[in-house]
Design a protein around this ligand. Structure first.
Ligand code: SF4
Length: 362
């Protein structure tokens, strides 16, 4: 049985971070399913249903989809929630590279990945875009059903960093590690710990602080996150990044926390997929929004990032001589909540592995 990946949607996406949305946008391919179960998932219509929605595409069909998006003007191929299809996508990226595909591939992930699986992508993925969600494993289990998220995500991010290094370039030259973080209501202390870990382990990183949280899906079952974040919460997280001496990054403007900006998968919900496969048919239904809502990304105290290069040589700190000899660990001393102390050295689950079709299985 040929390897496939379930594609729910493919579109030009102008609202990713500026260096991966140049021109008409990223060529975003949304895959069905997810290895997390976030109670606030904005994409729950496609991430949670079983059986999976979407259209199963083979490796040659995926490569053809890459080329179609490239012909539509995409500046990169943005693989959204790709983890479950790692083996299929590895083959597709390998084939595309053989065909001298000119755009960078972006691995847009929740960071809950097996480093051994990521090693299979070395030389194939150009930009890693992990959303580093939590340091506190209590939050990870409560809101995302993700045991030992911290240990797994940090190991994965370090592997991503090993492969591609710090973020450079823009558009078709984009390359490296760009770390996202979604700020959750009432969790700004954990957000700051996420930034602390990045600063201590990969100083000089480019980050993206996302303020787009909107209570959706099952968020109503958790009163403490059943609201939008306040500007005080998001501003204090941004300020913390700057207080650490870091200068590279983006933050979404406050207005992006609006249901109108969350992806509309209504058609996918009805099992409609805009990817049509007929011989000689080049009529892929690329959705280009007619009225961009004007979302842009800014860093407090810095020029607007949507009109200036994402970083400059002056802003880029020199690479450290060596990684810290001792991995940074969180102590309960600095944890006002008294939650469990995660260990970055925690081993991956013994059963972690790949089943050849569905990717990673933690
Ligand atoms: S990782 Fe992202 S896509 Fe997956 S369940 Fe969480 S919010 Fe949804």
């Amino acid at each position: 049985m040929p390897k496939t990946a379930h594609v729910v949607n493919a579109m030009l996406h102008p609202w990713e971070e500026p260096p991966i949305s140049e021109g008409v946008g990223a060529g975003a391919i949304f895959f069905a399913g997810c290895n997390l179960k976030c109670v606030f998932c904005q994409n729950y219509e496609i991430s949670q249903p079983k059986p999976r929605r979407g259209t199963p595409l083979s490796v040659p069909q995926l490569v053809e989809l890459f080329w179609r998006l490239e012909r539509q003007g995409a500046c990169c191929i943005d693989l959204v929630s790709p983890t479950l299809y790692l083996m299929t996508l590895r083959d597709a990226l390998r084939e595309a590279k053989k065909q001298h595909f000119p755009l960078p591939f972006v691995w847009n992930t929740n960071a809950y990945e097996n480093p051994a699986g990521l090693e299979l992508l070395e030389g194939l993925v150009d930009v890693y875009l992990p959303d580093f969600k939590y340091v506190d494993n209590y939050l990870a289990e409560k809101y995302s059903d993700a045991p030992n998220y911290y240990g797994i995500a940090t190991a994965a991010i370090l592997e991503m960093q090993r492969q591609v290094g710090r973020f450079t370039g823009s558009g078709v030259t984009a390359h490296g590690l760009l770390i996202r973080h979604l700020v959750l209501p009432g969790c700004r202390n954990d957000s700051m710990k996420v930034l602390d870990w990045i600063h201590r382990n990969i100083p000089g990183s480019t980050i993206s602080i996302m303020r787009q949280y909107v209570p959706m899906y099952r968020a109503g079952e958790f009163p403490e996150i059943n609201r939008r974040i306040t500007s005080c919460e998001s501003d204090s997280v941004c300020k913390h990044w700057l207080d650490l001496g870091e200068r590279c990054g983006y933050v979404q403007e406050q207005g992006c926390a609006d249901c109108g900006y969350t992806p509309d998968f209504t058609r996918a919900f009805k099992d409609y997929c805009p990817v049509h496969w007929k011989d000689g048919d080049d009529s892929l239904d690329i959705q280009i929004p007619k009225d961009p809502p004007g979302i842009s990304y800014t860093v407090p105290g810095a020029p607007r990032m949507d009109t200036t290069p994402y970083t400059t040589a002056a802003q880029t700190p020199a690479a450290p001589a060596a990684e810290p000899a001792v991995p940074y660990t969180w102590g309960t001393e600095g944890n006002p909540y008294g939650w469990s102390t995660p260990s970055p050295a925690a081993p991956l689950p013994a059963e972690a592995g790949y089943d050849g079709t569905y990717g990673v299985a933690f």
